[in-house]
Design a protein around this ligand. Structure first.
Ligand SMILES: [Cu+2]
Length: 287
């Protein structure tokens, strides 16, 4: 689709532009953000979103063919059976062949749609071998991300005020930048377990093809595998209260080495690792 290609080009251009700004800050480029005049899906960054887009493309072909066919029938009937051209109306009430056809053909079309649709549902349901799990919890009105496989530390992610964003993350989009992103390694299957602390929220990142409604007292599962490093953004997609629009979702995708470094740092500040620097180590008592 031409529209998609043009938008894809915009994506690349803005990613390159973002890279220029980001590299000066020594961080990942801003990749997964909405663009001006965007009309199609956002560019895809995960295998799941690839499949969502291709199912959409299949459905677009099917509905276009059906719409054009119905439009043709309407126009033809208006022309062919106009009173001036067809003064005496036919009294035909049944046509067995036609009736069987207009029952069977729609069934076949629905089956053709159902097969890839169910395959996609099961594909997006869960990952078979996850490199790690991130437990996402929606709160009024911020997100927290727990890393049970890395010692179970938790990161809280809150929107930056406009003044703080300009000061701390000027290259990131307004209303989407947060103080602490969810950090994951690139190219790894990440199991997402979602729940909520108070009301229902929706953990949604459009470019990842994931949209998990998170519900208090329940665990919902999904997965992502992001190909490229960068910052990706989404928004809470479940009306959750008066600050619903102020709990954006930001994901920072990094290399495995950088992820390991980040984990060490988080574990240390959560008190899960002994301090390794000499200055803060407790001196031996009897010396
Ligand atoms: Cu919410």
């Amino acid at each position: 689709m031409i529209g998609k290609r043009v938008l894809g080009l915009f994506g690349v251009l803005s990613a390159v532009a973002g890279l220029g700004v980001a590299s000066s800050a020594g961080a990942q480029p801003v990749v997964g953000v909405p663009h001006q005049w965007q009309m199609d899906f956002p560019p895809s960054y995960t295998p799941l979103m690839d499949k969502v887009a291709s199912l959409h493309d299949l459905l677009l072909v099917i509905i276009t063919v059906i719409s054009v066919f119905v439009l043709f029938l309407l126009i033809y009937a208006m022309w062919r059976f106009h009173a001036s051209r067809n003064p005496t109306a036919t009294v035909t009430t049944h046509n067995t062949v036609l009736e069987i056809a207009w029952t069977i053909i729609p069934i076949l079309i629905l089956v053709v749609i159902a097969i890839p649709s169910f395959r996609l549902l099961y594909y997006g349901d869960k990952t078979t071998d996850a490199a790690l799990t991130v437990k996402v919890t929606g709160h009024q009105w911020y997100w927290s991300y727990a890393y049970p496989d890395q010692g179970n530390f938790t990161v809280e992610s809150r929107i930056l005020s406009e003044a703080d964003r300009v000061k701390m993350k000027p290259n990131q989009p307004r209303m989407l930048a947060v103080d602490e992103e969810m950090v994951i390694p690139k190219g790894a299957n990440i199991r997402i377990i979602g729940t909520a602390a108070d009301s229902m929220h929706g953990w949604t990142v459009p470019g990842f093809g994931i949209k998990k409604t998170v519900i208090p007292g329940r665990l919902n599962e999904g997965w992502i595998n992001v190909r490229e490093e960068g910052y990706y953004f989404g928004q809470c997609s479940q009306i959750c209260g008066n600050m619903h629009s102020y709990m954006p979702i930001a994901v920072r995708v990094v290399s495995q080495a950088e992820f390991d470094k980040w984990v060490e740092q988080k574990k240390k500040s959560a008190g899960l690792l002994p301090a390794t620097d000499v200055a803060s180590a407790t001196p031996p008592a009897n010396r």
